[in-house]
Design a protein around this ligand. Sequence first.
Ligand code: SF4
Length: 245
Amino acid sequence: MTKEKTGIINSFESFATLDGDGIRFEIFFAGCPLRCVCCHNPEMWEQKGQAYTTTQLLKMIKRYQPYFQQRGGVTWSGGEPLLQAEFLLELGQHLKQEHIHIALDTSGCITNDRVEKVLDLCDLVLLDLKQNTEEKYRQYAKGSLAQTIKFLNLCQQKKKKVWIRTVIIPHINDTLKDIRAFANLVKEYSCIEQYDLLPFHTMGFSKYETYHIPNPLQEEKDLPIEAMEPLKQELKTLLPNVKVE
Ligand code: SF4
């Protein structure tokens, strides 16, 4: 008998509404190779958590299935779920058998054969676009813009529905010039249905203290909602076929 794979999971949210349409069962996978300065889940950086088998997770998910209705489903988030692509493949195949909608919340930092197979199972990709130049990506996320675009190319090729998400951070990517640069990066992609601009907030700051992790933005304040409006307006003008939220 083949042994079931296990996923290392940090936590769950049973009635999530922010990461994808409808009511969702959200799974936060432990481990992330990036180090975004605005990360509000630094406790998920290390791949430490509880191991769950596909059978155990399916049992939990099916309890909430009646709430999914037409639009909801399961969201794979983290951390970076693609670090556990083998497990996602196994879980995803079972979810598809149950006709459960799958959203993948990712930074797009990995592309390989396994990740491609995982992507084939996903109905929606929530893709972070953290910065608009390679230099800033490396400096503020310890990731790569080129890699993120490579992942976006894969989504386009596979005709996956994509929502792009960018956290607007004071003094780092909060100008109209930044918005124009972001728009320029994504304007040719017909797979993009929505672009969410999210204001930087300090809600996760206490976690840095709890886990004794240096917080590079500790002096910053929440970005006021009013500051977001002109940026959203600019993005709407530049991407007329994309829903800007
Ligand atoms: S990709 Fe997400 S989990 Fe990883 S460091 Fe960035 S914000 Fe945090």
